[in-house]
Write a protein that binds this ligand. Structure first.
Ligand SMILES: CNc1nc2cc3c(=O)[nH]c(N)nc3c(CC[C@H]3O[C@@H](OC)[C@H](OC)[C@@H]3OC)c2[nH]1
Length: 390
């Protein structure tokens, strides 16, 4: 079940404001979706996710299938009951993780045979098995099983012929996913995934075939897989706005704050990326004026918060009043630098709250600008601010 209401479209770009209604609630778009691969967004309490305005989070079929396993998840009625998240969840099909297993797997038309990296068990993942797992997880948005076409194969750029064969198998797997999804009477929403490598003609073929399947939503896969930035931007400029306008569009695995703004301008509604959470754990923080490395000695005595305009708990404390507005309840860069240097758990926790809040707040600002017809101005201001440097 999914309803997508298109609220406004920007006259000067492909940007649009929308609202997704799913079984576990509504999601305002454009939206960023925090990644919770193993059933938790690393280092963040669910209550903090609610406080910072997270509307939907991700889970991962592959990892959850291996651990804790379907029997455990079944006992809790699925992932919502297990991880105590009562808003929407999107789960990936598991294909991307199996691909990253490299030598440990054999791909056939039927599906993928591989050895569990957890305990060595011989496992088999097919479109049908992926649908069965995601039905047990009871996620609001289910991704088809696809093959994420690699950007390179043995150091050589993937050829058009190889990308075509891979894309066509993903189309056959989309059909098998849809048939199984319907056979299981899954009440949620199945998304197709556009492949085609870095070849616009193949992307067009993939999206036309998927559009004809009349799926509730569509993702653009096969990007953010190590390709040069200009290649990703080329696909981002080609594919999203060619997808059905009245269906949600999800760009998988993207990206930096600049990529999100550019993606919205190209017509993307939904994003996921491990960057805010993963970078937080290695001390790279996003701020309005650029990225900041908290381990750098220059922060040793700095009383300012990470970002003077930020109202997150890390920058503005319990009062939520930003430093620039006179708030002095936030944690200083000196303190965060100290925690990082000592390897204190609280360091990555506070950094993750800030980075996720930064991404979610960026999308909130974009939605507000689209509502006010000021997206072009916001896009220009964000670009200039981020280039200023911290
Ligand atoms: C980082 N760049 C990136 N390019 C991607 C391309 C694809 C793709 O073509 N097909 C599929 N099915 N998934 C993709 C994914 C998602 C990875 C999942 O893995 C987890 O993030 C790492 C997360 O699981 C909670 C996410 O679920 C949506 C990509 N991620």
């Amino acid at each position: 079940m999914l309803q997508f209401d298109l609220l406004t479209t920007d006259p000067a770009s492909h940007a649009r404001r929308g609202r997704l209604t799913l079984r576990h609630g509504q999601v305002q778009t454009p939206i960023f979706m925090p990644v919770g691969t193993h059933g938790s967004v690393k280092g963040v309490l669910p209550r903090s996710l609610h406080e910072m305005g997270a509307q939907i989070i991700l889970g991962n079929t592959f990892h959850l299938w291996l651990r804790p396993g379907l029997a455990v998840l079944q006992g809790f009625g699925g992932l919502h009951g297990f991880e105590k998240w009562n808003k929407p969840i999107l789960t990936d099909s598991g294909g991307f993780q199996v691909w990253s297993l490299g030598a440990l797997r054999t791909i056939t038309e039927e599906g993928v045979h591989f050895a569990s990296p957890v305990n060595g068990d011989k496992l088999f993942l097919s479109p049908e098995v992926s649908m069965q797992i995601q039905t047990t997880l009871d996620s609001d948005i289910v991704m088809q099983l696809d093959e994420c076409t690699p950007y390179e194969t043995r150091g050589q750029r993937t050829t058009e012929r190889a990308a075509c064969q891979s894309m066509q198998m993903s189309l056959r797997w989309a059909k098998r996913s849809q048939d199984e999804f319907q056979r299981l009477n899954n009440p949620n929403a199945l998304f197709g995934i556009v492949q085609g490598g870095m070849y616009e003609n193949l992307r067009a073929e993939s999206l036309a075939a998927l559009a004809a399947m009349d799926l509730p939503g569509y993702a653009i896969g096969g990007v953010s897989v190590g390709e040069p930035k200009d290649e990703m931007l080329r696909i981002m400029a080609h594919t999203p706005h060619r997808l059905p306008a009245h269906k949600p569009r999800y760009l998988m695995g993207v990206g930096t704050p600049e990529d999100l703004v550019e993606g919205v301008a190209q017509g993307v509604d939904m994003f996921d990326c491990v960057m805010p959470t993963r970078n937080a754990r290695n001390g790279t923080l996003f701020t309005r004026f650029g990225d900041l490395k908290i381990r750098n000695a220059r922060h040793k005595t700095d009383p300012q918060p990470l970002d003077g305009s930020c109202t997150c708990y890390t920058c503005a404390g319990p009062s939520g009043v930003a430093w620039d507005q006179g708030g002095r309840d936030g944690f200083s860069r000196a303190y965060l630098h100290h925690l990082e240097r000592c390897g204190e758990m609280l360091g990555p926790m506070l950094s993750t709250v800030h980075n996720l809040h930064y991404y979610l707040n960026l999308m909130r600002e974009i939605r507000q600008a689209l509502d006010a017809g000021e997206f072009t101005q916001l896009r220009a201001r964000l670009k200039a601010d981020r280039a200023r440097g911290v």
